[in-house]
Design a protein around this ligand. Sequence first.
Ligand SMILES: NC(=O)c1ccc[n+]([C@@H]2O[C@H](COP(=O)([O-])OP(=O)(O)OC[C@H]3O[C@@H](n4cnc5c(N)ncnc54)[C@H](OP(=O)(O)O)[C@@H]3O)[C@@H](O)[C@H]2O)c1
Length: 319
Amino acid sequence: MAIGMPETMRAIRYYSFGGPDVLRLEEAPVPNAGIGEAIIRVHAVGVNPGDWQIRSGLAGDRFELPYTPGWDVSGIVVSIGDGVTSFRPGDAVYGMTTNSGGCAEYVAVPAGNLALKPRSINFVEAAALPQSGFTAWHALFVQGKLESGQTVLINGAAGGVGHLAVQLARWKGASIIGAASARNEPFLCELGVDRFVDYAAALPTAIARSADLVLDTAGGNQGDWLLDTLKPGGQLVPIAWGSYSSEQATNASVTVHEVQYPLITSAYLEELARLIDTKWLNVTIDSIFPLEETANAHIKSESHRARGKIVIRVFSELQ
Ligand SMILES: NC(=O)c1ccc[n+]([C@@H]2O[C@H](COP(=O)([O-])OP(=O)(O)OC[C@H]3O[C@@H](n4cnc5c(N)ncnc54)[C@H](OP(=O)(O)O)[C@@H]3O)[C@@H](O)[C@H]2O)c1
C-alpha cells in the first residue's frame, strides 16, 4: 500500500447477474499493485455495452462475483508494482483494465494497457476513448485494411465506436457513408461523413454496390441490407454478433468477417492520444453520471440510443 492511500474505497459491486438493480455502491478493499501494474486513482470510467451485457448474464456466468464493472479508465497513478518503468506516481493516464473493476475509486491496470492522457482533453473525455477508439481502429485498419481513396460504410455511425470510426476513416482519407437513424444526420454531417443513410429507410440506389468496406457496429439479425452496399470483393467487418445471409454474401462476392476481441496496448493508446491532440479525433460525450448513478448509466447504454459516449465520474475535484 502506498503512503497516503486509504485501505477501503467506494466501489460499485454486484453479487448476481441481472437488471441494473443488482448494482450496489459499497466499501471495498483498495487493490494493491501486482507485478507490472499501476494503481490508478480513477477520475472517470467510460461505459461500454459490454458492462451491461456482462451484468445481465448475456456474456455467460464465467465472471467471478462480486463483480465491479468498468473497463475504460482515466486518472492519476498513485502507486506502481515491481517492473513498471513507463509510469510513475503523479502521471495522468488513461487506458483499459484487463478484468473490469473501473467503477471504483482505485483500480489496478497493467502498465502495458496505459498511456499518458491526451493533453488537450479532460479526464471524462479520456475515459471515453480506449475501448471504442481501439475497436474502431482495429476493425477499420487491421481487419478491414481500409486505405485512402476507398469507401467505407459505417453502420451505427453515431454510437460510441461508430462516431470515432467516422473520424478515423476521415483521417485515413476514405470516403465515408454514415448509417444511423434520421435524427443523427446533422451530427454525422458535422462529424465529416460524405453521405448519410437512414438505416430504417429504403437503400438509396446511389449507395448500392458502392463500398469497399462495411463496419457494422449494430449486429443483430437486420444486417443483410449491408451486403447490398458492398462492391464485389468487398469486406463486412462486424464488431458485435450479427447474422448475415451467406447465400446473399456469396452471390454478391463479398466476405463477412468473424467478430474479434483484440487486446489493447500502450502503443495504440499513444496513437489515439496523438490523433486527439492533433485534432483529428474528438470524443463526443452523450452523458455523464456520478458513480452512485451507475445504474442509470447502464440503463442509458442499454437504450442503444447513445450519441457518442456515456461516462461515469468517480472523483469530481478534477474535470
Ligand atoms: N468486438 C469488440 O471488441 C467490441 C468492442 C466494443 C464494442 N463492441 C460491441 O459493439 C456494439 C456497439 O458498441 P458501441 O459502444 O458503439 O454501442 P453504442 O454506443 O451503445 O451504440 C449506440 C448506437 O447504436 C445505433 N443503433 C441502434 N440500433 C441500430 C440499428 N438497428 N442499426 C444501426 N445503428 C443502430 C444508435 O444509433 P441511432 O440512435 O441513430 O439508431 C446509437 O448511436 C455493442 O454490441 C458492443 O458490445 C464490440
